[in-house]
Design a protein around this ligand. Structure first.
Ligand code: CMP
Length: 136
C-alpha cells in the first residue's frame, strides 16, 4: 500500500553559500522525491527563533537561530511514499561525523551546526513546518 507523504526540507546557509543547491536537489530527485514547491529566502533572526521554537530550551538555540538567519536558504516541500522517514535516512545523522556513507550530511556537512540540510522529524512537524513557509 502506498503512503504518500510531504516533508519540509531546508538547504541551509552553509550549503547555499558553497553553491551545493543543485547537487543536493539531485540527491533528493535521484532518491525518488518530487520537489513540489520551493523558494529561496533569508529568514530574520526572529523568524528563525519561531521556526526552531521546539529547541528554545537547548543550549545551542541562540547559535542555531543566528546561523539559520545568516544567509539565504532553499525551502522545499518534498513528496514521495514515506517521505519523512526516507528523507531522514537520506540526510543521515544530525552530526556529519556520525552519519553514514552516502548520506547528504556525510557528503556535504561541515559540523553539527553547519550540517547542510534540515528535514521534518514527524508527520505532525512536517505539517507545521510546511505551513510555516508555504501558507500565505
Ligand atoms: P536540524 O535538523 O536543523 O534541527 C536542529 C538543529 O540544531 C540540528 O539540525 C543541528 O544543526 C543543530 N544542533 C546544534 N547543536 C546540536 C546538538 N548538540 N544536538 C542536536 N542538534 C544540534
Amino acid at each position: 500500500m502506498s503512503n504518500l507523504e510531504k516533508t519540509l526540507s531546508i538547504i541551509k546557509p552553509d550549503a547555499v553559500e558553497r553553491k551545493l543547491e543543485n547537487e543536493i536537489k539531485n540527491c533528493f530527485i535521484n532518491s525518488g522525491f518530487v520537489i513540489e514547491k520551493e523558494k529561496k529566502i533569508q529568514l530574520s533572526k526572529e523568524e528563525a527563533e519561531d521556526f526552531y521554537k521546539v529547541h528554545q530550551t537547548k543550549p545551542f538555540y541562540n547559535d542555531l537561530c543566528e546561523y539559520l538567519s545568516s544567509g539565504p536558504i532553499i525551502v522545499m516541500i518534498l513528496k514521495k511514499d514515506n517521505a519523512i522517514t526516507d528523507n531522514r535516512k537520506l540526510m543521515g545523522a544530525t552530526d556529519p561525523k556520525k552519519s553514514e556513507e552516502g548520506t547528504i550530511r556525510k557528503k556535504y556537512g561541515i559540523s553539527i551546526d553547519k550540517n547542510s540540510v534540515h528535514g521534518s522529524d514527524s508527520l505532525e512537524n512536517a505539517k507545521i513546518e510546511i505551513d510555516f513557509f508555504f501558507k500565505n
